[in-house]
Design a protein. Structure first.
Length: 277
């Protein structure tokens, strides 16, 4: 009898992760026999954990904070998306034991905005808050949606400038104006929060007028952690306010397709998570 395929999500902390529920729902929907678990990894234990999972016959894993950058350096090969982002959230082993890396975060974000929110990115003016791993994973796919402009702001201007420089060639190919801001200013059709500062209530100090009335505000985190940013967006008369749950489900679907060659129906799973079922 063929055993179940084994997968895991690796992080520190990890108890909050919704990934096991999401992938189990995808598996039930597609008829794929798999086991997916959440594993707490010590801060210095990613390499050892990956070796152990390979030896135990795991087929792949997802990577969450704080290991996305390190995961890419440990892989034998990386997709163009992952290399440009400098981070990976999806890993898999080939039949000869080689480890490949991909990044599906930005694809998940773009799909959540354009499909779930029904909000086309084409020709829009976007502000991306943050220049860490979350922002780096998002920027490439956002540029490929061909907005008019993407501005990046980070508390450390040098990090924003480095992220913009790394994506300058892609922005040029896509015909998108890409720039780093010294301070959060201007007016944008969408403001996307990829900062860790938002995890601390009151840590966001954003001026009024950044978001055009009726615009889109999205925080990449979900649940209570997204509330400070979404409360600010409500005060700006945002037309849509979204947390990161849709992005989480969509990036998981991209990873699932990368592993299994099938794209699950995300709408049903997202509705189930939103209802608390």
């Amino acid at each position: 009898m063929k055993s179940s395929q084994r997968y895991a999500v690796l992080g520190h902390p990890i108890a909050h992760s919704r990934s096991p529920a999401i992938h189990s729902a995808f598996a039930a929907q597609t008829g794929i026999d798999l086991r997916y678990e959440a594993l707490l990894v010590p801060p210095d234990g990613l390499a050892a954990t990956l070796h152990r999972l390979r030896d135990e016959g795991f087929s792949g894993c997802n990577i969450t904070l704080p290991f996305k950058t390190e995961a890419l350096t440990l892989a034998d090969s990386g997709s163009q998306r992952a290399l440009l982002a400098g981070a990976a959230n999806t890993l898999g082993w080939t039949t000869d034991g080689r480890l490949w890396a991909d990044n599906t975060d930005g694809l998940g974000l773009r799909r959540d905005i354009e499909t779930n929110a029904n909000w086309p990115l084409l020709d829009r003016r976007l502000l991306l808050l943050g220049a860490g791993g979350a922002a780096a994973g998002a920027l490439g796919p956002l540029l490929e949606a061909r907005p008019a402009c993407v501005a990046v702001w980070n508390r450390s201007p040098a990090r924003a400038a480095e992220l913009v420089a790394r994506h300058a060639e892609l922005a040029l190919r896509c015909g998108v104006r890409l720039l780093a801001l010294e301070r959060p200013e201007g007016r944008f059709d969408a403001v996307i929060n990829a900062t860790s500062a938002a995890l601390q209530a009151g840590a966001l100090d954003l001026p009024a007028g950044l978001l055009a009335p009726g615009g889109l505000a999205l925080d990449m985190v979900y649940g209570a952690a997204a509330e400070p940013f979404l409360a600010w967006a409500a005060g700006q008369q945002a037309g849509q306010r979204r947390d990161g749950l849709g992005m989480l489900v969509e990036q998981a679907a991209e990873a699932f397709q990368r592993w299994h060659g099938l794209r699950p129906d995300t709408a049903a799973v997202l509705a189930q998570l939103r209802s608390g079922a």
